[in-house]
Structures are given as structure tokens and as C-alpha cells.
Design a binder for this molecule. Sequence first.
Ligand code: PGA
Length: 248
Amino acid sequence: MARRMLVAGNWKMHGVGSDLGEITAISMAAETENGVDVAICVPFTLIERAVAAAPGFAIGAQDVHPAANGAHTGDISAAMLAEVGAKLVIVGHSERRQAHHEGNAETAAKADAALAGGLDVVVCCGETLEVREAGEAVETVCDQIIASLPGSVDPSRMALAYEPIWAIGTGKVARPSDVAEMHAAIRARIAKEHGPEIAAQMRILYGGSVKGENAAELFAMEDVDGALVGGASLTADQFVPIINAAKN
Ligand code: PGA
């Protein structure tokens, strides 16, 4: 069974009410792309309004707490996200791992909580420049992703995102040969740990300075099943060409 492409936007800490028109425009463009799944993960404050601005379109969040509720000042639960209409959540983004010291076990716990709360998950992994230059990227990333997976690995409810940290927001995209090598290695490792059937169905997205101009080359690779897009997901003008590239 062929994997459907998934193009997910990550608005990070961008977006207020006046930006909702971009979500509406993106959702309208996405509607005509039957073969591609499209989603946008917005700040918490925009979720409910984004759902209203783009009925039927997948709106997600960028973080979730592992617990169902409790004394966790400033955090948010899967049930809270689901209640306002979120369909998915990103966990383990390198900006969470670095700025908030989130590790693999916490990422896995967040993924568990999200799935239990009815949200799909995008589990992120990626290496630093030092690790890449030391020649340890493939092993490091494969170990990281396996340790970050939820207890129940269901490819219909999740996707993985390989995002080399040095390529995020820098305009630098990993070399096609490095992306191909990493995605194939991740899939092989999933097959080893969770079986070939799950590995064959698992969508592995690339992230890191994906743009309309470089998306087609990335999407042409056998093991690249879409993209997690930061900066270029903020406007329909920049995001729709990436969706179109996934269709072709
Ligand atoms: P970028 O971000 O597309 O702006 O590089 C990607 C990401 O962090 O998900």
C-alpha cells in the first residue's frame, strides 16, 4: 500500500488572529489535493479559531503534557487540545528538546498521552551539526527516534519527522543523499524493532528549510513521505507550492 504524502506546517510562536486568513487560504488549496494530507500546527491560542476558519482541515498543536491533568503550570493536556478541535500534535521537536530539555522518554510519554487523548502525533528527531560532523548522525537519530516512540506504534495515527537541527530555519537543506540515507536507515530500524509491516506504512517526513523551490526534489525520494515545514508554512503563497509538489 502506497503511503499518502503528509505536508504539515509548524507555525511555532507565530500567528495571531489577523493571520487566520492564511489558514483559510491554505485549507482551500489543500481541499483540491485529494492525494495529500495537509495540516497546520498553530499556537494554542489559535487552535479553536483556526478550526473555525478552516472547517474540516486538520489543525494541530506543537506540544502536549504527558499527564491527563494536574499541577503543571503553563502546560496543556491532550483532552484540552482535542476539546478545541485539534487533530494532531507535534512532540519532541528539537526546539523543545533544546530549550526545554525534553528527552526521549518525555517525548514518548507525550506521544502516549496524545494518542490516548485522541490526537495523532508527529514525533520529531534530528542531529546537531557536531554529531553530523562526527559521522554519528544515522546511529544517533535512529536511537533517538526508537526511544521517542509511544508504546503503541500505529502508523495510521502517527508520522515521524527527521529534522537535522542545523537545517532548521537556516536556509540550509540537508544534501539529498544524506536525507535518503537517513530516511532509509530510520525505516530499516523501525522494521527491526517493530516489524516490516509497520515500517512500510510509517510516514517519515523531512523538515529543515523546506520551501517551494526544494520540495519536489525531497519528495521524489523513495523514503520521504512529506515535510514538516516551519517558516514557509506561515503564508499560503509559500506553503501551497509545497503542497502542490507533494501531489506530483
Ligand atoms: P523551518 O522549520 O522549515 O523553518 O526550517 C522546520 C521545523 O522546525 O519544523
